[in-house]
Ligand binder design. Structure first.
Ligand SMILES: CC(C)(COP(=O)(O)OP(=O)(O)OC[C@H]1O[C@@H](n2cnc3c(N)ncnc32)[C@H](O)[C@@H]1OP(=O)(O)O)[C@@H](O)C(=O)NCCC(=O)NCCS
Length: 244
């Protein structure tokens, strides 16, 4: 099948995907009615069932948009019909493709009306986006979830720098945990990530080697932070879908 995206995704850049490459697209989940309909038309019965169970219509629409766009990107790169792709779910809920080559990995994140879709030819990857204006008690959350080193690196910053550093740290930690797929069963204090502009993993307790991991920070949309974690020497490309 000739790979093709639907009209509403026509402006999405879709470069070649080679070994070690990771592509991330980010954009609004508030789709025009016809685009939303196009997404709904390729979802599986269990996905439509899940969409129907959201209490608020907007959350349901965002799920349909995020899952539909994921299916379109995966269909494009696997040359399969997007509606025929089948997912399997790990113990902690991480979706993976059935029948895909072992090295084609993907992950999705959504926050406050936007989504990010990551796809790569790497052994593991995870992506996270967060809205940086959300109301959050930085002290309480930081002390509870961040490691001592991470929290110490934020302690002496100005309020604005601290908020930015907080979301850098949060998205990087989440991206790493999402790459592992273990949910919160991997302690968030068992590894350190950077909190400044340069994204890195500097410590991982246990048998994981931090040098084998790549972390990339990206700006998914104004007032949002994003991070991608993957294993290997990764060539990272990020695209903002402004016309969707
Ligand atoms: C589910 C979890 C993986 C991420 O949740 P989240 O940040 O609320 O949600 P995101 O939007 O980033 O990601 C959700 C998507 O990730 C995927 N996903 C689900 N479970 C996953 C898992 N165990 N690992 C990786 N990806 C997973 C799914 O595609 C899901 O999208 P869908 O619901 O539309 O299918 C989980 O780690 C979690 O609950 N994290 C919250 C941890 C926290 O409180 N951190 C504090 C600050 S560091």
């Amino acid at each position: 099948m000739e790979p093709k995206l639907p009209d509403f995704l026509n402006s999405a850049p879709c470069p070649e995907l080679d070994d070690g490459h990771v592509l991330v697209w980010s954009g609004s989940l508030d789709l025009a009615p016809q685009a939303l309909e196009t997404c709904a038309s390729i979802l599986s019965p269990d996905e439509l069932d899940r969409a129907a169970r959201f209490k608020f219509e907007q959350d349901s629409n965002h799920f349909v948009a995020a899952r539909g766009m994921l299916r379109f990107f995966l269909g494009f790169y696997t040359r399969c019909s997007p509606s025929e792709l089948e997912f399997t779910y790990g113990d902690k809920g991480k979706p993976e493709l059935i029948h895909a080559s072992d090295t084609l990995k993907f992950n999705v994140s959504h926050s406050h009306g936007i989504g990010a879709w990551a796809l790569g030819l790497v052994p593991l990857l995870g992506v996270d986006v967060e809205w940086t204006l959300r109301k959050v008690d930085l002290d309480r959350v930081g002390k509870r979830f961040f490691s001592e080193n991470e929290w110490a690196s934020l302690a002496n910053l100005s309020a604005a720098e601290r908020r930015a550093g907080f979301f850098n740290c949060w998205t990087r930690k989440e991206a790493f945990v999402k790459a592992l797929g273990d949910g919160l069963s991997f302690s968030l204090k068992a590894f350190d990530v950077s909190t400044g502009n340069e994204a890195e993993i500097t410590r991982i307790d246990g048998d994981q080697d931090p040098a084998k991991w790549a972390l990339h920070a990206f700006e998914p949309w104004a007032t949002y932070a994003g991070a991608l974690a993957a294993v290997g020497q990764v060539q990272f490309h990020h695209f903002v879908l402004t016309d969707v």
